[in-house]
Write a protein that binds this ligand. Structure first.
Ligand code: AMP
Length: 529
């Protein structure tokens, strides 16, 4: 029988796990490591490398080494967040015809879904080689704060490499499942998840096998990369002050600084001082320049303290929404590599009034939770476990005066279905425009647009007479389907939302065909195979 796996597709590192009987276990990659860098690189000879082999290329091949793709997935090229991100990434991106992002590497353009599919595909190969059997189905985790587009794009990425996603679950929920499954304790849990690119906080209650998420909050643009950027900026500023040379435009230098900054940041979790040493960082015909400076943990804390404070403000909001005082939380679970930073641990301890749970590997717990969930879905777990997750955003429609009418409120347990009746505003109005949005602002324009469609063929009638029922349905993956029905005429008309972003089914098919062709043409060199 084909095995089931759980995948934690991280911004910087990914991890894959399976159930060894009743116990979740991490599957090592082909190099024997439990986590794999979420990096894909294209070499001059046309090889495609994934994982550590790709990461090793980052300095020599910066414009064809693609990392942090999770920050791009499901995003629009021109969104304000993307403008910031684009400046920080050394590889080239262009705008697709539908406004999505395309990544340029060599002579080819790739969607972020394709790049992610190379990472997922590599993990699939690792799992198949370790388990000695085919793997066809997986549970994949996403940040709780991922929106509809980002979830759909993640699902598409898996299908490109031939993996069927039986469920998308939220990373913090997966972590709580792994924790609760192991400890079998009841109580209130806070999962504080600070990874490479995103921050999530989830408050949930475990009661005799029922995992009930009470509230979730987060920021998809707050993670370890931002801590690195603070260190990078400080190195660039110092170098400018000392030499009046701007290294930010030098791709090779910048990549070396980035690697060194991240390394120093990690080291400062275990030591109070480290050295940044970058010889020959810049050369002219007459001169060579080097960077050598000592960095202390307290200096790092000064540079990045505001980021930790942001995580606490978001945590406060989640607790408010769950109607829970910090002191009532029975256990705090730390997830994501950045939670190894002592300042994060210290501030979380102060905030909740208790030390975080010990003996948890923040890099592996999410994949293990995903593996447990896969087995639960396939009905092969003996203990009763029920996962009740929530939607992280309010979802609704734009109404006549530019207001936002919420149909499903934030933190509603999913799956969820709700119908609301609307009507026309003009006499003999034959069509209505339906604009689906997510967010919390009362003004439509301040929320995120998910899709628009027209409901046409409404019978002529005075304003306010036709009744249009709009139904929002969120499935267990957190994906939204909206339908509209004109009920006043007795006729039913259903419209399914066309997403405002992402791949259309025919585009997805095309990519899958192209991948298959490349594999048969022998272009598919999966890095470490
Ligand atoms: P994740 O996405 O969970 O794999 O988290 C990766 C992030 O954790 C990256 O930004 C890493 O730099 C960061 N990280 C990993 N180990 C440490 C450490 N010892 N101290 C501080 N940050 C770390």
């Amino acid at each position: 029988m084909a095995e089931l796996i759980g995948i934690d597709l991280g911004t910087t590192y990914s991890c894959v796990a399976y159930m060894n009987g009743e116990r979740p276990e991490v599957i090592p990659n082909l190099e024997g490591n439990n986590t794999t860098p979420s990096v894909v690189s294209f070499t001059a000879s046309g090889e495609r490398l994934v994982g550590l082999a790709a990461l090793r290329q980052a300095i020599t091949n910066p414009d064809k080494t693609i990392y942090s793709v999770k920050r791009l997935i499901g995003k629009k090229f021109n969104s304000p967040e993307m403008e910031q991100i684009r400046q920080k990434l050394p590889y080239r991106m262009i705008e697709a015809a539908n406004g999505d992002i395309l990544i340029e590497a060599g002579s080819r353009l790739y969607t972020p879904q394709e790049i992610s599919s190379f990472i997922i595909g590599y993990l699939k190969v690792c799992a198949e080689s370790f388990l000695g059997t085919e793997v066809e189905e997986a549970v994949i985790t996403v940040p709780a704060y991922f929106n509809d587009h980002q979830r759909q794009a993640t699902k598409d990425a898996a299908s490109i490499c031939g993996l069927k996603v039986i469920r998308i679950i939220n990373e913090p929920t997966a972590a709580s499942l792994a924790y609760g499954f192991d400890s079998r304790k009841n109580g209130l849990l806070a999962v504080f998840d600070l990874g490479g690119g995103t921050f999530d906080i989830t408050i949930l209650e475990i009661n005799d096998g029922v995992f009930h998420v009470l509230a979730t909050s987060g920021d998809t643009f707050l993670g370890g990369d931002d801590f690195d950027n603070c260190v990078i900026n400080s190195i660039l500023e110092d170098f400018w002050c000392e030499n009046q040379i701007d290294l930010s435009q030098d791709k090779f230098a910048l990549q070396r600084i980035k690697e060194m900054a991240e390394k120093a940041k990690r080291e400062l979790s275990f030591t109070t001082e480290t050295e940044i040493n970058l010889p020959f960082i810049y050369s002219t015909d007459h001169n060579s320049f080097h960077i050598r400076k000592k960095v202390s943990r307290s200096y790092l804390e000064k540079l990045t303290g505001h980021l930790v404070d942001r995580t606490l403000a978001i945590s406060e909001q989640a607790l408010r929404e769950a109607r829970v005082e910090p002191g009532r939380v029975d256990e705090v679970i730390l997830v994501g590599g950045q939670t190894r930073m002592p300042l994060v641990r210290q501030k979380v301890t102060e905030f909740f009034g208790r030390a975080p749970a010990a003996r948890i590997n923040p890099d592996e717990i999410v994949a293990m939770g995903a593996a447990i969930q896969a087995k639960i879905i396939r009905g092969s777990i003996n203990n009763l476990v029920l996962l009740l997750d929530v939607t992280p955003f309010s979802l609704g429609l734009e109404t006549e005066n530019g207001s936002f009418e919420k149909i499903i409120e934030k933190n509603t347990t999913i799956p969820a279905r709700k119908t609301m009746a609307f009507t026309t505003v003009e006499n003999n109005q034959r069509r209505v425009k339906i604009h689906v949005l997510q967010g919390e602002s009362r003004k439509a324009e301040e929320n995120k647009s998910l899709a628009t469609f027209d409901l046409v063929g409404i019978d002529s009638a005075p304003a306010g007479v036709p009744q249009i029922d709009v139904t929002f349905e969120i499935d267990a993956d957190g994906l939204l389907k909206v339908t509209a029905r004109d009920v006043s005429t007795g006729r039913e008309q259903k419209v399914i939302v066309k997403p405002a972003a992402g791949l259309l089914p025919e585009e997805l098919e095309k990519i899958i065909d192209r991948q298959k062709k490349e594999v048969t043409d022998g272009h598919d060199k999966q890095g470490l195979l």
